[in-house]
Design a protein around this ligand. Structure first.
Ligand code: ADP
Ligand code: ZN
Length: 374
């Protein structure tokens, strides 16, 4: 029997359970059937994940008596757009016999699939139920909980979308075995983020297992995922639509997003960018006397042990434009989370606590970026 932990995301009527374990895909049918009153399930996935996991999930749904369809789209963030959304939507509405509002969407894949399939679910027939089955560590510890769905626009990422909470999330750590090298790091960076903003004991846990984690076995990853899901669930439950404490999850992302954008989203992964962004934010916090330099050293050591970068030079493919303090400052001022050009920073007040600051000066930002050049 797979070992499973259930974590409740408390959102009143929209609340749901997140199951985390090893070997859960084969058991997903019962769960899916309980949310598909008219006996239809539509698995939406990408071209990579389809070949790996659509079959066992469809088979499990079939065993539970569901009539199951699979729709896929080409893998990659560049396909998370309106054109793909349109194709998937038309595919869904073109199924025979036509689906009704009792059909269940099963989002099976990484963050790209969860966002796109969730948005299809939010908008098809004015809203279908969906369950999220994240297959990357990043999607499991981050995107799968919280109900943000959507696609990218020409003008920026995630500009089109809706809040649509899943009815359930099922995370099977066994599927992480097939993740491409480097993908795990994206999730690990968010785990370090969670530890710094809320949970010093999670930082201890990550430190204790840092050497093992990048190649860890599913049970250890399941434990890591469960701890992070519990933390994110608590943050989301307190602030569903990002008015207050949910903003804390942006720790490391102000500079991180700017670096990714300045690099043209190539040559650096999201996790690498967030790792650099966290180091920069920690540097700002030291400069303002909020934390001791020892705290920065500790987080830098954890990141390095996880093979995540702590300076620009650790990311060999990074274009020069992404290291330029002025260019980064300009991008940060344009960010959708900046208000009237004032860059908001989430800064640690000690390890395990953060607060939002609206008064970080351009000098403090540029000193932090320069610290990444050393
Ligand atoms: P993220 O969760 O990092 O936003 P994506 O949805 O972009 O991820 O997925 C990253 C890449 O990994 C994609 O090419 C996707 O098809 C692939 N992928 C997702 N899950 C798995 C898995 N369990 N095994 C192998 N490849 C996977
Ligand atoms: Zn992130």
């Amino acid at each position: 029997m797979p070992v499973t932990r259930k974590i409740r995301v408390e959102l009143g009527q929209r609340g749901y359970d997140v199951a985390v374990g090893v070997g859960l895909l084969d058991e997903i049918g019962t769960e899916a059937a309980s949310f598909a009153p008219t006996g239809r399930a539509v698995i939406i996935t990408d071209s990579n994940v389809r070949g790996l996991y659509a079959e066992p999930v469809a088979a499990a749904c079939g065993r539970a008596g569901l009539q199951t369809h699979v729709i896929d789209f080409p893998a990659g963030e560049q396909h998370k757009n309106l054109a793909t959304y349109g194709q998937v939507m038309e595919g869904l509405l073109g199924l025979a016999p036509p689906i009704d509002r009792g059909a269940l969407i099963v989002a099976l894949g990484g963050g790209v699939v969860g966002d796109l399939a969730g948005f299809v679910a939010a908008t098809a027939l004015r809203g279908l139920d969906f369950i999220n089955v994240p297959t990357t560590l990043l999607a499991g510890v981050d995107a799968a909980v919280g109900g943000k769905t959507g696609v990218d626009a020409r003008g920026g990422k995630n500009l089109i979308g809706a809040f649509h909470q899943p009815r359930a999330v099922v995370i099977d750590a066994a599927v992480l075995k097939t993740l491409p090298a480097g993908e795990l790091g994206n999730g690990l960076a968010e785990c370090v983020k969670h530890a710094v903003i809320r949970d010093r004991s999670l930082l201890d846990f990550i430190e204790d297992h840092a050497e093992a984690l990048p190649a860890a076995e599913p049970p250890l990853l399941a434990e890591l995922i469960a701890r992070n899901v519990a933390l994110k669930a608590a943050v989301v439950a307190g602030d569903e639509k990002e008015a207050g404490q949910r903003a804390h999850l942006n720790f490391g992302h102000t500079v991180g997003h700017a670096v990714e954008a300045a690099a043209g989203y190539s040559g650096i992964s999201h996790g690498q960018a967030v790792a650099l962004g966290m180091v920069a934010a920690l540097h700002v916090a030291v400069g303002r006397g909020l934390i001791e330099p020892a705290a920065v050293r500790r987080v830098r050591n954890v990141l390095s042990a996880l093979s995540l970068p702590v300076r620009f030079a650790d990311v060999p493919g990074l274009p020069a434009s992404a290291r330029d303090p002025e260019r980064l400052a300009e991008i940060m001022a344009r960010d959708k989370k900046a208000r009237a050009g004032v860059v908001r920073f989430v800064l640690p007040t000690n390890l395990g606590n953060v607060a939002v600051f609206d008064d970080v000066t351009p000098d403090q930002v540029s000193a932090a970026v320069r610290s990444l050049r050393q």
